[in-house]
Design a binder for this molecule. Structure first.
Ligand code: BGC
Length: 900
């Protein structure tokens, strides 16, 4: 290893770019913790390697802190200690690296701004009104003077319910649903807004609207209100720093005024009712006469539960224009936005004072055509507007979102135009894929949308019906794929904190996080405490490990270590000294297509095997986590326990596992099948898949595993037969049926065009035909992980995670002429694109980012010749930073049956 050059020696050809911290770049008001830096480097020198780094930062008043030079090649989650020490601190951090050629320039700065030291610093009272759920939203206002020129202004705010804040009638942010959903009982967050440009010298008005949100709105399939509280209130503090250094603070207290305005009703599931005739004109501006307004009610607020918000902001991500369908029917305007989204419609109408405009939403249409709303169950997903004057109006709902592709507008006002506004937690896209198969490309796109639509503050099962809960089973199923497609490290990290917080509160890992079910009474046993259930609670180990593999995030593993240990402990205790977990309710291979349609937990593969197999897998992941960030004693204990479990499970359940595709897949992927029997079990699995012409026979737990179980054991024919099948019960069947997101059931739309009845739902007076069928469930989208790894041929490796070591292993299937994938790894862009010319030569280009290395593992037959940049090499050839041309003569192409 060359020695670190002196700091005056410069490497002009190497640049550090893209410095980021452990938090989303658009967040301010962060916790007072050491920044963890990750950076990317590019260099004109192909052999340059990082030998050392130096971190430096500058504060608001110009004071510089420079850390000592650290030797090493690490560039992920590097702890910058000694830079951040207090509340309200702004520091700009940068880094430079030494290669064997000298020191690079410093990277561009990245900003790190801390928030309050604790919730107790919010010195005001939490203020609201005495309304109940479903009643008009409280609005609050306060006028204040800003005496001098403003240098900086920050607004710190949290609320019971969700809030929208304004300064002089201008929204303080472009985000929605603040402060977001966390495990509210024990963990609330305050949000920091930069309002420097909104405070004006002279008179100002700070105002707020509050919505029921997750606090007291309808939540969960039992339609309960007031889950976290009965009252809406706001706790806020505006801190103004003037140019001369003096300060002013405006806090929520009894000097504010409260009233209500045009928002008559606002519920996440049901929609909003806005009556513009009730709008108080000018209430958000200084000078408004609020003498008829009430003094706010002061509420206690558990300030000790407040921490800085670290979740990703929920923002508008895209807009869709609409197409009018069924122009013959003039009693309504039926709209198609061409994409199933989470969000709402921005509607423009010409109308008269008093006109009521109603807009309903649905994911699919029934013949008629009419909206299919049965699948929404009790979620009304309807917005109503009453116009307050003649003329043109632009209408947008508040404090609600709908899952929809279609909408129907009724009322006397004349329809002018409509835009579909898609919202999501602002997680950056990081994975891109394309291939010569247009259907597979559309499937990929559908998965991207299902993930975006279902990440609204928390990862949800679906965005349309009366659910939208953080189902842990769905989250673990999609974890790896979602990490490939989006940069989700901080999103998951935030949600995992809630998982652990609620795990402590409830005494086990919930089936949903935040664990709202544990708070809702069930008819039978007095509480829906469904903890530690197989394949659901395992999100506790699978999600952190997926973050480790995808982002190299050891910090996430470290953060979750206690939760992981407690989960393993909890499962072990459940056994009460027996070998296996007891028989109790399990979700099983949920929604197995052969299960009774109204009992989706009765999968073909037995729940008892699934439960113990997931237990063994979790213990193994816990052992791995201990080896990485834990201690040797736990590592040893967990390693031994996992091995014993695997052996016992195979001995006891092996025979029955072999009878189902899910059983074989789980047993193979979790290493339960002994090495000596792997070939036999994989062959059994492959035979079943081929005999079924690739028809999907697995549910939420088996489906993410099955293609891996096949291909890792050499059965590409079966894997491709299943992936590329177009008959019903397949991914591409959905695409042929014009799906734009991933369905909850394979036959959500049947071959005869009818819509699945979703028999699971309980009918109500409101909705006698209610059904449980969602067209936007991401769990089955987990197949995309396989597509990146095998069709395009790019994957991280667990041993050197975060794409520090990349595997390039495309396995083209017959009929594909090209495929490519690009992933924004922590090290920079990693990419592969390949082209098959007449099946005789495969040309590929692979790109390895600075700091990474990769192994070339291409599809060879016995007569194939593999070349990297013209040189003949063998599979297993390692390459470092750079771009390489790879060719294979006579490549192996996986044949398969095209079933359509
Ligand atoms: C959700 C699923 C979830 C399941 C478990 C359903 O209602 O939509 O995705 O995992 O319940 O019971």
């Amino acid at each position: 290893m060359p020695s670190i050059p002196v700091t005056s020696q410069r490497d002009e050809a190497t640049r550090v770019i893209g410095l980021q911290t452990q938090f989303s770049a658009d967040l301010i008001g962060l916790p007072i913790v050491d920044p963890q830096l990750t950076w990317q480097t590019i260099s004109e020198r192909p052999d340059a390697i990082q030998l050392a780094y130096e971190i430096s930062s500058v504060g608001e008043t110009g004071e510089v802190v420079t850390s000592p030079v650290v030797a090493g090649s690490d560039q992920i989650e590097i702890v910058a200690s000694g830079h951040i020490s207090k509340a309200r601190e702004i520091r700009y951090l940068r880094v430079r690296i030494a290669t064997q050629y000298g020191w690079s320039d410093f990277s561009p700065y990245t900003k790190f701004e801390t928030g309050l030291a604790s919730g107790k610093e919010l010195i005001g009272d939490s203020i609201g009104d005495s309304s109940s759920h479903s009643e008009p939203s409280p609005i609050l206002r306060k006028e204040f003077q800003a005496a001098k020129k403003i240098a900086k202004a920050r607004l710190y705010a949290t609320s019971e319910g969700i809030h929208a804040l304004y300064l002089n009638a201008v929204p303080v942010t472009d985000e929605y649903f603040t402060p977001g959903w966390t495990a509210y009982d024990d963990r609330r967050t305050f949000v920091t807004y930069d309002v420097t440009s909104l405070v004006q010298v002279g008179g100002n008005c700070l105002s707020a609207e509050l919505g029921d949100g997750w606090t007291r709105g309808k939540l969960g399939f039992m339609n309960m209100y007031d889950n976290y509280g009965k009252n809406l209130h706001l706790l806020a503090q505006l801190e103004i720093t003037y140019m001369d250094g003096s300060k002013d603070v405006v806090v929520t207290d009894n000097s504010w005024k409260v009233s209500s305005g045009e928002i008559q009703f606002a519920d996440i599931y049901d929609g909003t009712t806005i009556d513009y005739s009730k709008q108080q004109k000018g209430w958000q501006l200084a000078g408004f006469n609020d003498s008829s307004w009430a003094v706010p009610v002061l509420y206690p607020f558990a300030k000790e539960t407040l921490v800085a918000r670290t979740s990703t902001r929920v923002v508008k991500v895209e807009e869709f224009s609409s197409r009018i369908l069924d122009t013959k029917n003039t009693s309504r305007t039926l709209l198609d936005f061409s994409q199933n989204i989470s969000g709402w419609v921005r509607l423009t109408v010409d109308g008269k004072k008093g006109d009521v405009v109603t807009i309903r939403h649905a994911e699919v249409l029934e013949p008629g055509p009419n909206l299919h709303t049965a699948a929404l169950r009790t979620a009304k997903a309807t917005d109503h507007y009453t116009l307050d004057r003649d003329g043109r109006h632009v209408l947008e709902p508040k404090f609600t979102f709908h899952g929809f592709q279609f909408a129907e507008v009724t009322g006397p006002a004349k329809f002018v135009s409509a835009v579909g506004v898609a919202i999501s937690s602002a997680n950056q896209r990081r994975g891109f894929f394309t291939s010569s198969d247009a259907r597979l490309n559309r499937l990929h796109q559908n998965v991207v949308w299902s993930i975006a639509d279902n990440m609204v503050s928390v990862p949800t099962d679906c965005p349309q019906r009366d659910e939208r809960l953080g189902w842990t089973g769905d989250a673990q199923a999609i974890a790896m794929t979602s990490n490939t497609l989006f940069k989700l490290d901080s999103f998951w990290r935030n949600w995992l904190v809630d998982l652990w917080v609620d795990q402590k509160r409830v005494g086990g890992v919930g089936a949903v996080v935040p664990d709202i079910l544990s708070k809702q009474p069930s008819p039978g046993d007095g509480g829906w405490v469904i903890t530690d259930r197989a394949g659901w609670a395992d999100a506790a180990t699978i999600v952190p490990m997926a973050a480790y593999e995808s982002y190299g995030s050891a910090a996430t593993l470290k953060q979750q270590l206690e939760s992981i240990r407690a989960y393993v402990e909890g499962l072990s205790n459940r056994r009460k000294g027996e070998k296996f977990l007891p028989e109790e309710f399990q979700f099983g291979d949920w929604c197995d297509p052969d299960a009774p349609v109204d009992q989706p937990w009765l999968s073909k593969v037995k729940a008892q095997f699934v439960a113990n197999a997931f237990f063994a897998n979790t213990v193994q992941l816990a052992a791995d986590a201990e080896a990485l960030v834990g201690d040797a004693a736990h590592h040893k204990k967990f390693t031994e326990l996992a091995a014993t479990l695997r052996e016992d499970i195979w001995e006891h359940f092996g025979q029955e596992a072999k009878e189902t595709t899910a059983g074989c897949s789980i047993a193979l992927e979790f290493g339960i099948v002994p090495d000596s029997e792997k070939v036999e079990v994989a062959k059994l699995l492959s035979d079943m898949v081929i005999a079924d012409e690739g028809k999907i026979t697995t549910g939420f737990l088996g489906t993410p595993l099955i293609l891996h179980a096949l291909s890792k054991n050499g059965h590409f024919e079966a894997a491709y037969t299943m992936l590329m099948r177009r008959k019903v019960r397949s991914w591409l069947y959905q695409v042929d049926q014009k799906a734009t997101t991933i369905w909850e059931r394979w036959d959500a739309i049947r071959e005869d065009g009818s819509i699945h009845k979703g028999e699971m739902a309980t009918a109500s007076e409101d909705q006698p035909d209610a059904s449980m069928i969602s067209f936007n469930h991401y769990a089955y989208g987990a197949v995309i992980d396989w597509v990146y790894r095998n069709v395009a041929g790019i994957a991280p490796t667990t041993k050197s995670p975060g794409y520090r070591h990349i595997t390039f292993a495309p396995r083209p299937g017959q009929g594909f002429t090209y495929a490519s994938a690009e992933i924004s790894t922590p090290f920079g862009e990693a990419a592969i694109s390949w082209e098959l010319v007449g099946e005789s030569v495969l040309y590929a280009k692979v790109t390895v980012p600075f700091g990474s290395c990769a192994v070339i593992d291409f599809p060879l037959k016995s007569n194939s010749v593999l070349r990297v940049n013209g040189e003949i090499v063998l599979n297993g050839f390692e390459v470092g930073y750079g771009t390489y041309n790879v060719t294979v003569s006579a490549p192996e192409v996986a044949t398969f049956r095209a079933v359509s």
